[in-house]
Design a protein around this ligand. Sequence first.
Ligand code: NAP
Ligand code: MG
Length: 405
Amino acid sequence: MAKIQMITPIVEMDGDEMTRVLWKMIKDELILPFVELKSEYYDLGLLHRNATRDQVTVDAALATKKYGVAVKCATITPNRQRMEEYPQLTEMWKSPNGTIRSILDGTVFRAPIVLDCIQPVVRNWRKPITIARHAYGDVYKAVDLRTDEPGECVMTFRGESGKETAISVQKVDGPAVWQGAHNKEKSIRSFARACFQYAIDTRQDLWFSTKDTIAKVYDGEFKKVFEEEFENYKARFEELGITYFYTLIDDAVARVIRSEGGYIWACKNYDGDVMSDMVSTAFGSLAMMTSVLVAPDGTTEYEAAHGTVTRHYYRYLRGEETSTNPMATIFAWSGALRKRGELDGIEELQTFGDRLEKACLDTLNAGIMTKDLVNLVDDTVTPTPVNSREFLAAIRSRLEEAYSV
Ligand code: NAP
Ligand code: MG
C-alpha cells in the first residue's frame, strides 16, 4: 500500500513518562507504516520545558493556532514532590494544559470510548455522553472570607469611569463565611461558541444546564449569552437535524440518567468538574476517556484525559512489560489526523482515522485487552489480557487487514 500523503502538518506535542513511551510505540506501529506523517514536533517533556523555560509550551500553542490541529501526549504538571524527583528543575512550571488553554481560549470536551462488552453502570446509556466544561471563573477564581462578629457584607464594583455600584450581600448576627465569584461575558461567549461549533462538528445535540431560577443574574447571563449565540448557528443546526436544548441543572441530571446518551452536555465550571467524573466513572475507565480542546475559531487539540501513568512507568524503567491502555492516546491521533484530513479535503486521511479506531474496537471486542479492562467486560467476551506491545501489534494486524483488501 502507498502511504497516505498529507498537506498541512499537525502539531505534535510529546510528553512524559509512560505515555511518552506509548507515544513512540503508537507512532511506530500504527501511524508511520500507513501515513507519510507531516508534523511539527514540540517536545513538552518536563526536562525540555525546563530547558526552554517553558517557551516550548507557548510555541506549541502558537503553532496550534497557526495550523489548526494538534495532538498532545500527557505531561507532568510539577508539584513539590516532582521538584525533589527532578532536582534540575529551575521552577515549578505551570500546567502545560492550562497554558495552552489560555492561549487558545478553548473549551474542553470529554467523551468515553464505549464498547458493547463494557456495560455502563447506567444500563440505558448506549451512546457516549460528552461533557463540555467551561474552564474559566466561578468558584475556581473566587475569593473567600470568614468573619466572626455581627455585621453586614457589601459588594462594591468600582468602574474605571469612577462609577461605583454597591449591593448588600447579607446582614448577619454572628460569625459567617463569604465568597465573591465572577465570570466574564467574553469567556461565557467563547464557551458558547465552542459548544455550538463542536455540536456541528460531531453532529450531536447540545444540552446546556445552569441554575438560573436561583442565580437569576449570574446564571441568567449564561443562559442569555447561549441564546444570543445560538442565533448564529441555528440554520446549520437545522440543516444537520440537531437541536439545542436548555434546562435547569437538576432537570438535566434526571434526564441524563434516563437518556440513552449520544449528546453533548455543556456545564458551568463546577458542574462540569463534578459531572465529568460521574459520567466517566459510570462509563467504565479513565483509560478510555478522550479529551479535545476546541477554540472558538475551530482550532482543535486532541489528547487523552488521563495522566502520564507514573506507576507503570517505574515498572517499565525496571525492565518490566506493562499493560498500560493506549486507547485514549490512539484516539487522540486518529481524531487529529481525521480532522486534518477534513480541513485539507484528504479523504484517505479521514478514512485512516476511522479504520484505526475500528481496528482498536475490533481488537477489544475480540477480547484482546489491557489489564485495566479485563474486570470491566461482561460475559459476551472471554478476555485475553495482553501487554501494551502485544495490544498494539493486535491492532496493527487488523489495520493491515483493512488495507489489504
Ligand atoms: P494518571 O496518570 O491518569 O494515573 C492514575 C492511575 O489511573 C494509574 O496509576 C493507573 O492505575 C490508572 N490509569 C490511568 N491511565 C491509564 C492507562 N492508560 N492504562 C492503564 N491504567 C491507567 O494520573 P496521576 O497518577 O494522578 O498523574 C500522573 C502524572 O500525570 C502527574 O504528574 C500529573 O501531573 C499528570 N497528568 C497529566 C495530565 C495531562 O497531561 N492531560 C492529566 C492528568 C495528570 P494503576 O496504577 O492502578 O494501574
Ligand atoms: Mg475534578
